[in-house]
Design a protein around this ligand. Structure first.
Ligand SMILES: Cc1cc2nc3c(=O)[nH]c(=O)nc-3n(C[C@H](O)[C@H](O)[C@H](O)COP(=O)(O)OP(=O)(O)OC[C@H]3O[C@@H](n4cnc5c(N)ncnc54)[C@H](O)[C@@H]3O)c2cc1C
Length: 329
C-alpha cells in the first residue's frame, strides 16, 4: 500500500480510541450521522474490525431543534436524539477519528485507501460511505445564525411548527411547492418567493397551491437578509424589477433551492446519478465491490433519519456478507 504518510492529530479526541493507520480494517465507516452510526452498531455486533471516520457526530439532525417522527419518540430534542445515537455507538469502544474530512477514497489491489484532507490515510477491505448531504444555502446574513430557529430546510420535519404562522418559502421548483403545500395544511400564511421569472414546479403542484387562499406568489424577488435576535422575526426582500427593498415580518423561512450530496470524495471511484448521489441497489451496494453507501448521500429517495438509520443497518449487513464471501475465495 502506498497511501500518503500520516500525522495523527489526537488533540481533538483525547478521550477517544483513535484508529490505527497500520491496520487494514474490515470496514471503514465514513460519516457520523444516523446512517453511519447505525452501520457502526450493526457492523460491531458482527464482530467486524471497524473504524469510524467523520467530521463530527450527529450530522444534519443537529440542524433542527425537535424531532417528531423518529419511531419511539413522540417528540425529542435533536441534540438528545443524536447524543443517544452517539452513546449507543460508543458502548462498542470503536476507534473513531473526528475533526478532519475525508478528501478522497481510492481502491488499489482490493484495498480501499481513505485519504484525509490533511494528507493522512486509513485502509480497509470495505467501506461504508455515509456522508449525507447539505442543503444549498442562500449565503445571506442571518441564515446560518437562525437555522433551527425559524430557518428550515425540511418541511416534513418543521412544517408542524408553523401552524397558523406567517412563513416565507424560497424557491420555485417542486421542493418549494411541496413545502408550501405542507405548510398550507397547517393554515400558514405563505409568501412564495422565486429569484427567477415564473415557477419551475410541476403544473399539478402549482395548481394545487393556487387553490390555497392564503398564499402570495412573488417571482423576481431576492431574499437578501433574515432578521431576528433569537428567532426569525422578519426578512429583507428585494424586488428585482424595481430594485426596491422592504422588510416583511415573518415567523419562519423555508429555503428550498436544492440539495447537494457530499459525494465529492468518491466522484472518481463510484457511479453517481445526475444529482451527484451515489447509485446504490436495495442492499446499499455500489458498482464497486466492497464499497457500500447509505443514507442521504445515495440515490435512495426520502431523506429522513429513520430511513438513513435503516440504510446504514443494511449497508453493514451487506459489508459483512461481502467480507464473508471474499474471505472464502
Ligand atoms: C434542518 C433539518 C431538519 C431535519 N429534521 C428532520 C426530522 O425532524 N426528521 C427526520 O427524519 N429527518 C429530518 N431531517 C433530515 C435528516 O436529518 C437526514 O435525513 C439525516 O440526518 C441523514 O442522515 P445521514 O447519516 O445520511 O447523513 P447526515 O446526517 O448528513 O450525516 C453525514 C455525516 O457525514 C459527515 N461527513 C460529511 N462529509 C464528510 C467527509 N468528507 N468526511 C468525513 N465525514 C463527513 C458529517 O460530518 C456527518 O456526520 C432534517 C434535516 C435538516 C437539514
Amino acid at each position: 500500500m502506498e497511501f500518503p504518510e500520516i500525522f495523527l492529530n489526537t488533540s481533538l479526541l483525547a478521550e477517544l480510541k483513535t484508529p490505527d493507520r497500520n491496520i487494514i480494517y474490515d470496514v471503514l465507516i465514513i460519516g457520523g450521522g444516523p446512517a453511519a452510526m447505525s452501520a457502526a452498531i450493526y457492523a460491531a455486533r458482527k464482530m467486524l474490525n471497524i473504524a469510524i471516520i467523520t467530521i463530527d457526530f450527529g450530522g444534519q439532525v443537529k440542524e433542527t431543534s425537535e424531532v417528531e417522527n423518529y419511531l419511539g419518540f413522540q417528540n425529542i430534542n435533536s441534540n438528545e436524539l443524536t447524543a443517544r445515537f452517539e452513546e449507543h455507538v460508543k458502548t462498542f469502544n470503536l476507534p473513531i477519528n473526528t475533526g478532519i474530512a475525508v478528501n478522497e477514497v481510492i481502491k488499489k489491489e482490493n484495498i480501499f485507501g481513505v485519504i484525509m484532507k490533511d494528507g493522512t490515510s486509513f485502509s480497509g477491505k470495505s467501506v461504508i460511505f455515509a456522508t449525507g448531504e447539505h442543503h444549498k444555502r442562500l449565503a445571506i446574513p442571518g441564515e446560518k445564525e437562525l437555522t433551527g430557529r425559524g430557518v428550515s430546510y425540511c418541511s416534513i420535519c418543521d412544517a408542524p411548527l408553523f401552524v397558523n404562522k406567517k412563513v416565507m418559502v424560497v424557491g420555485g421548483g417542486n421542493s418549494a411547492f411541496t413545502t408550501a403545500l405542507d405548510l398550507s395544511r397547517g393554515n400558514a400564511e405563505i409568501i412564495l418567493v422565486n429569484l427567477a421569472k415564473g415557477w419551475q414546479a410541476d403544473e399539478i403542484l402549482i395548481q394545487r397551491l393556487k387553490n390555497y387562499k392564503n398564499v402570495q406568489f412573488l417571482e423576481l424577488h431576492e431574499l437578501t437578509g433574515i432578521n431576528g435576535k433569537d428567532k426569525v422575526e422578519s426578512v429583507t426582500l428585494r424586488n428585482l424589477k424595481t430594485n426596491e427593498e422592504k422588510i416583511i415580518p415573518v415567523d419562519g423561512v423555508f429555503i428550498e433551492i436544492g440539495n447537494l450530496p457530499n459525494s465529492d470524495p468518491v466522484r472518481n471511484l463510484v457511479n453517481l446519478n445526475e444529482k451527484g448521489e451515489i447509485i446504490v441497489d436495495c442492499v446499499c451496494r455500489t458498482n464497486v465491490p466492497g464499497f457500500f453507501a447509505a443514507g442521504d448521500v445515495t440515490s435512495i429517495p426520502h431523506k429522513q433519519i429513520i430511513i438513513s438509520a435503516g440504510e446504514g443497518a443494511k449497508a453493514a449487513l451487506s459489508a459483512y456478507e461481502f467480507l464473508t464471501l471474499t474471505s472464502k475465495t
